[in-house]
Design a protein around this ligand. Structure first.
Ligand SMILES: [Zn+2]
Length: 144
């Protein structure tokens, strides 16, 4: 397991590592059963009464449903201290929750990417803050 003690999320309520695995913070609608991300997303289904919404954590692992490779830096306000280009953006499907989430692909040979391959949720260090903490966002990597 990664040492997450010195990491802090760039934006709250998106990614959780309190269980020992890195997992995305989703929510499930009690009215229509839709899972959505971010969990504050209100327009998950037009006309839904949105009753009984409960927070859930997505599984740490999903499957690569689509991807693209970017050869230019992420546009601001996204910033990283280290150069990460070229980098992949993967669309990862969590089948049981019927949801796909996009994220940067890290720690993975981009030439090895194949649709359907197993991916796990991880974090990407963007930069260090004044308290010397690593400021992170979620990312995906190939399961080794
Ligand atoms: Zn709903």
């Amino acid at each position: 397991m990664e040492n997450m003690a010195n990491k802090v999320a760039r934006i709250p309520n998106l990614v959780d590592w309190s269980t020992g695995e890195v997992r995305l913070m989703s929510a499930k609608c009690g009215s229509c059963g839709t899972c959505f991300f971010p969990k504050e997303h209100y327009q998950h289904r037009p006309g839904c009464s949105r009753e009984g919404v409960e927070d859930i954590l997505l599984p740490s692992k999903g499957r690569l449903a689509s991807y693209t490779i970017q050869y230019y830096p992420c546009p601001p306000p996204f910033k990283t201290e280290k150069k990460i280009t070229p980098y992949g953006i993967g669309l990862v499907e969590f089948k049981d929750q019927n949801i796909q989430v996009a994220g940067i692909i890290t720690d993975t040979d981009l030439k090895s990417l194949k649709l359907g391959m197993e991916m796990e949720t991880t974090t990407l260090t963007m930069f260090s803050n004044e308290e010397k903490q690593e400021v992170v966002t979620w990312a995906f990597r190939a399961v080794k």
